[in-house]
Ligand binder design. Structure first.
Ligand SMILES: Nc1ncnc2c1ncn2[C@@H]1O[C@H](COP(=O)(O)OP(=O)(O)OP(=O)(O)O)[C@@H](O)[C@H]1O
Ligand SMILES: [Mg+2]
Length: 390
């Protein structure tokens, strides 16, 4: 399904040590001829973003009608983007697989009549549940696409991403868009399933400390399985902090950060020899507009030279990385038994994207020779608008 980019010269060209990078599209003004007219039209339309408050109020027919209009626009943009990746990445079998999922979902939604009554909204929910399942494995499948490209080009996928800033940007944009789409669909499905204490995916009274404790337990389980020991986790600060938020997103990020801290502590030769490990220290703080969670460890930190790499996709210091394609990257789906302690190189970049969805951020500071501090900021205000990529 990939279209040769050399057929038409548009945008700008880059050159690096792999040779000429094929023409890159800097925006969506141009779309290849092979795409259906409908995809072209939708990819050119503006996306509509909602504030958290607006999202929390949507239900029933208006919500279904909003998604019926909005999802094809967002999906079409991704279809176009998947057609236009540099180095011939678009032609890799796994990227084409992801492309075919996005295209099928786009076509399915476009052939669904506009929902206009309660029966339609129920049918729409069933259709969207199937969409969620179809797209479950987008992350490992795209990662597999990078591995296929690595074999074709004969360089490591980490180096491909490192040397091509466009690829890093593409993956950031693509995953941000994916989380946005899944949040909208997940919210629709969940809001029509009436879970007590929740408005869709949002827990009305989400206790931040409990979510962190769950994440610490999950990370600790994997750590014990891998190393036979697990550092303690101490939580301080505003322990009674609660807000309306998606616990799933907080869990995902904290789980990844705690896993990283535990690995650094347990692998630090300073403690390994004694068998006594310092705790991972977590502080929860509440500001006027946001909440902050700091996760600190004494795992030895990260060399300054490596700091620019840690948010790069596929960057890992695990010597013999596990195969990301052998399972799903979503612990909640796969169960923790399939999640390795480290090695995919997707933990930090994806966590940062999760933090960005409603305007938050993730910052890592390190003192090499001592330890690492991760600062997670989440917007408290429900006026904060969903961030979507172009
Ligand atoms: N707290 C930390 N202390 C020391 N190094 C860290 C810490 N957090 C991250 N790193 C470094 O950053 C790299 C990238 O982290 P990231 O979580 O993205 O990938 P990973 O842990 O290797 O694999 P996975 O995607 O399975 O989590 C790690 O391999 C490690 O070298
Ligand atoms: Mg990690």
């Amino acid at each position: 399904m990939a279209v040769s980019l050399t057929r038409r010269s548009i945008g700008w060209q880059r050159w690096n040590r792999f040779g000429p990078i094929r023409t890159l599209y800097t925006d969506l003004d141009f779309v290849p001829e092979k795409l259906s007219e409908d995809v072209k039209i939708h990819s050119a339309r503006s996306q509509t973003t909602l504030t958290m408050n607006q999202l929390l109020q949507l239900k029933g027919v208006p919500f279904a009608q909003f998604l019926h209009k909005e999802l094809p626009v967002r999906l079409a943009r991704r279809v176009v983007e998947l057609e236009n990746l540099p180095y011939g990445l678009s032609a890799m079998p796994s990227v084409q697989k992801v492309h075919s999922w996005y295209e099928s979902t786009f076509e399915e939604l476009r052939s669904t009549p506009l929902p206009s009554n309660a029966n339609d909204t129920e049918r729409f929910k069933v259709a969207l549940e199937k969409v969620l399942t179809r797209h479950n494995d987008v992350v490992p499948t795209l990662a597999k696409g990078l591995i296929e490209l690595k074999k074709t080009l004969g360089v490591s996928e980490e180096k491909i991403v490192d040397r091509c800033p466009f690829l890093q940007d593409f993956l950031d944009r693509f995953f941000l868009a994916r989380i946005g789409i899944r949040t909208l669909i997940g919210q629709y499905v969940a809001v029509h399933s009436d879970r007590p204490g929740f408005i869709g995916l949002f827990e009305k009274d989400c206790k931040v400390r409990s979510v962190i404790e769950y994440a610490a337990d999950d990370a600790g389980l994997i750590c014990s399985r891998q190393y036979g020991v697990r550092p303690e986790v101490v939580i301080k600060g505003t322990l009674d902090l609660h807000l309306t938020y998606m616990p799933g997103h907080i869990h995902h990020i904290c789980f990844e950060l705690i896993k990283n801290s535990m690995r650094a502590i347990v692998e630090n030769p300073k403690f390994k020899s004694q068998g006594v490990f310092p705790a991972v220290e977590i502080v929860i703080a509440e500001g006027e507009d946001d909440i902050a969670i700091k996760i600190s460890d004494q795992g030895g930190g990260i060399p300054r030279n490596d700091m620019r790499k840690i948010f790069g996709y596929a960057y890992t210091t695990v010597k013999d990385p596990p195969d990301i394609t052998s399972g799903t990257s979503q612990p909640q789906l796969a169960g923790l038994t399939h999640v390795p302690m480290a090695g995919y190189g997707y933990g930090l970049p994806l966590s940062r994207i999760y933090s960005h969805v409603f305007g938050g951020d993730l910052i890592i500071l390190s003192m090499h020779g001592y330890g690492t501090d991760a600062y997670l900021y989440l917007n408290k205000l429900h006026q904060s608008t969903e961030i979507v990529p172009r």
